[in-house]
Design a protein. Structure first.
Length: 298
């Protein structure tokens, strides 16, 4: 964690000590304290110790090694699509998705003096891009930083009134910054979807509860392989809400896919669709079945 500003370092050490005292209850996340992933942990497990981790791999490893009971990981954003490397990390982790959670990303402009003192604003490039219009209107120079919450910690530590940060309200609270404006993102729908990972699977959602199932599979290297693989979902009326392809090992011979469907493997229609999928693919792996936090409807 030495890459974080001193203000963030101190919080990381304190949070890690608390998580070490209650590892089974701890929830790992990627980023500095005050990151939107930290906010997601607070919203999903408000009483649990939160364990900051430097990378997604570290957060997953914390669960694999027992330093945390769960991890809350972002998987996609309504503006920027999938989070990089998640299609690799989820299947390889050996962990199970047991829940999902949506965080409305409301960026705040913050600093140590007054808004009139600001000349530059630091934050993660994606956050700056999401606030481009507002920053231009205020005449503020955007400067890229590796993490939104770490940017807030840097501003708090430097104490320069000419430099502000774009980060979460939680980050401003943790680092004692003044919020000049809330909701400064240009798109009102800016939302990140997170999934909860743990080692043990949970019981399938009860009948009547809307469920999602995440899975990945590898198609055979034959013509129309993907078309044939997915045909069972169409004929059985199963909605595929996500389908992403990727190539592994540099072979370029056949693609692997990460998919999400509406339904649970204990439902007859889903069972039939999965049977057909298995017939036309090399292998299929279910990563998790969990309740829908939001209905997938048009």
């Amino acid at each position: 964690m030495s890459s974080y500003p001193p203000r963030a370092e101190a919080l990381v050490r304190a949070m890690a000590d608390r998580a070490a005292a209650e590892p089974a209850a701890a929830v790992a996340f990627q980023g500095a304290p005050g990151a939107y992933s930290h906010q997601a942990v607070r919203e999903t497990f408000p009483d649990a110790p939160a364990l900051p981790c430097a990378s997604f791999e570290d957060a997953i490893e914390a669960v694999q090694t027992g330093r945390a009971g769960r991890a809350v990981i972002p998987i996609e954003n309504s503006l920027h699509g999938r989070v990089a490397d998640m299609h690799f990390l989820l299947p390889e982790s050996g962990l199970t998705i047991v829940a999902e959670h949506f965080v409305r990303v409301r960026h705040c402009l913050m600093g140590v003096g007054a808004q009139a003192d600001l000349a530059r604003v630091i934050s993660h490039p994606q956050a700056l891009g999401q606030c481009r219009g507002r920053l231009r209107g205020w005449g503020l120079e955007p400067v890229g930083y590796f993490d939104t919450a770490a940017a807030a910690a840097q501003v708090a530590g430097d104490g320069d009134p000419a430099v502000g940060a774009i980060a979460s309200k939680l980050a401003a609270e943790l680092y004692g910054l003044t919020i000049f404006a809330e909701g400064v993102e240009d798109a009102e729908h800016n939302t990140t979807r997170f999934v909860v990972l743990q080692t043990e699977a949970v019981p399938l959602p009860a009948p009547g509860v809307a469920a999602m199932t995440s899975l990945n599979f590898e198609v055979r290297n034959v013509p129309a392989a993907l078309f044939k693989s997915l045909g069972g979902f169409a004929t059985n009326g199963i909605n595929i809400t996500k389908l992403e392809s990727y190539i592994r090992d540099g072979s370029f011979a056949a693609a692997e896919f990460y998919a999400e469907i509406v339904g649970s493997p204990d439902q007859p229609a889903v069972q039939l669709a999965l049977e057909e999928l298995r017939f036309h693919t090399k292998w299929v792996k279910i990563i998790g079945t969990y309740p829908c936090e939001r209905e997938r409807t048009a």
